[in-house]
Design a protein around this ligand. Structure first.
Ligand code: HXC
Length: 271
């Protein structure tokens, strides 16, 4: 059950959902250039959606968009934008509307992280993570909400498990993700009357992500995970949760946090 000898799958399950359930729909994803958000976008495209992916590095989102189009046969528009800059997001939304005419689903996934104790993290470092995760989510919602009202669409915010109890070296991210959860809950009750849903996916330790690389970066054995299901999470686990939450099967689910963590637990042997 410990992280020694764990299985780290890239993909452990294929979709059980019908093909084409998102035909004619459009998904807009921040942080879609890599990792979990890339997988979430690909899953939506596999089920028929066209996509826009937003990231800070144009070369990365451009390459990812090419790969996603080749893998799914759907369209993917790469847009360079930093979620801390509202105008850049508005421009990405405008390009999306120009190309597709609509946005049905938004994935707020852009995030920043590093390991640092609260006693040492600088004001600017703390602010940077809150600005990317929390303010970036707010900026994304502001840029897209009118379009989601028009389509009676849905949001998924990518959070984490670490802030549901104290996690060392993650005060900045924990504060930021708690804000993301709160924004989603407020959005659900305010926008429900307009037909818009908002939910959170809270991934646990997920193989093949930059987050895991960063959190395990020390390589000194100080971070261990316990895996009751005998394996680490895979990006495909988050993909399946995404397809479910955006699908009609979840039409009465809003304002919720869905942990996708296999009941795994992070254990630190030193701070
Ligand atoms: C302490 C650090 C630091 C570190 C940066 N800073 N790295 N402080 N330890 N390792 C400080 C800098 O010194 C600076 O403060 C401030 O943070 C801003 O740094 P910049 O490099 O100027 O910021 P920026 O270029 O905007 O980069 C943002 C970033 C970076 C968050 C710092 O790590 C980044 O770009 N991350 C994006 C990718 C990413 O993190 N993906 C993983 C997401 S996973 P001073 O005081 O010196 O000015 C996730 C959930 C994981 O979020 C959950 C897993 C279970």
């Amino acid at each position: 059950m410990s992280s020694q000898g764990f299985v780290a799958p890239q993909s452990v399950s294929s979709s059980v959902f019908k093909d084409g359930i998102f035909n004619g729909k459009v998904v807009f994803c921040t942080g879609g250039g890599s990792g979990i958000c890339r997988g979430m976008t690909q899953a939506m495209m596999r089920h028929g959606a066209n996509a826009t992916i937003v990231g800070r590095k144009l070369d990365r989102v451009t390459q990812t968009a090419k790969e996603l189009m080749a893998a799914t046969g759907k369209k993917c528009l790469p847009c360079q934008a930093d979620v801390r800059h509202p105008q850049a997001l508005k421009d990405a939304v405008a390009k999306t509307i120009e190309l597709y005419g609509r946005i049905d689903f938004v994935i707020c996934g852009a995030a920043g992280n590093f390991l640092a104790p609260i006693s040492a993290v600088s004001e600017n470092a703390f602010r940077t993570v809150v600005e990317i995760d929390t303010l970036g989510t707010y900026n994304t919602v502001k840029a897209t909400i009118a379009h989601l009202r028009a389509t009676k669409g849905a949001y998924i915010h990518v959070s984490a498990m670490m802030h549901y109890k104290g996690t060392p070296l993650q005060a900045h991210v924990s504060a930021a993700k708690a804000g993301v959860d709160a924004l989603s809950a407020a959005l659900a009750v305010e926008e429900g009357p307009h037909g818009v849903r908002s939910n959170v996916i809270a991934p646990g330790a997920t193989a093949g992500t930059e987050g895991m690389d960063r959190l395990e970066g020390k390589g000194d054995g100080s971070t261990e995970y316990l895996y009751p299901l005998g394996r680490m999470g895979a990006i495909s686990d988050i993909e399946n949760a995404t397809v479910f939450l955006f699908s009609e099967a979840a039409s009465y689910i809003t304002g919720q946090i869905l942990p996708v963590d296999g009941a795994s637990e992070q254990v630190r042997t030193q701070v």
